[in-house]
Design a protein around this ligand. Structure first.
Ligand SMILES: [Zn+2]
Length: 176
């Protein structure tokens, strides 16, 4: 008994159609939702409340007149705890396709356990470096249930697509 052959039934046109379909789903106005990527502390900015001491590389413990949190000179600046600089957590708002039901996940054929608090994100391939850099993801910024939810990535972005690997998907686990 011969095994039916499926070779050559997927034409270049079908691949193109599939690619176009996913690409249109990922358009900002389609099935994607507004998400925020958190890249962690990427830089420090000068405290706006105290004079910085560039030699000691810390606060000079002197209030800047007009600053938001007055303190007496010689004291510890309450705005930066005397560090003189404040960490800046950089973020980026981005539209991504988010799949909440693991049964619809790509790449999971026979889920053994229903993964709790796991979501899947599908994105254009060009977004991969941002997905890799992001320390946390806040999905569906506009949905109140997820307003304060944060997820961390638990799988490497894997290519998806019909031969051309134009998209990637990866899974994220809820951490708060
Ligand atoms: Zn300060």
């Amino acid at each position: 008994m011969s095994v039916p052959s499926f070779s050559n039934i997927i034409t270049a046109d079908m691949k193109k159609l599939f690619g176009n379909a996913i690409r249109s789903l990922l358009e900002d106005s389609a099935l994607t939702v507004a998400c925020t990527l958190y890249f962690g502390i990427t830089k420090y900015e000068a405290c706006t409340n105290c004079v910085y001491d560039p030699i000691g590389r810390k606060s000079s413990n002197r209030f800047i007149t007009g600053g938001p949190v007055p303190f007496r000179n010689g004291g510890i600046c309450p705005n930066c705890s005397g560090n003189g600089k404040k960490p800046v957590i950089s973020t980026e708002n981005i539209n991504l396709a988010v799949i909440y039901d693991y049964k619809d996940f790509l790449g999971i054929k026979t889920p053994v356990n229903a993964p709790n608090g796991i979501i899947q994100v599908i994105a254009r391939k060009e977004i991969t470096p941002k997905l890799l850099r992001a320390k946390e993801l806040q999905p569906s910024t506009e949905i109140s249930n997820y307003t304060n939810a944060r997820f961390e990535r638990v799988s490497e972005p894997q290519p998806a697509g019909f031969g051309d690997d134009e998209f990637v998907f990866c899974n994220w686990k809820r951490i708060k």
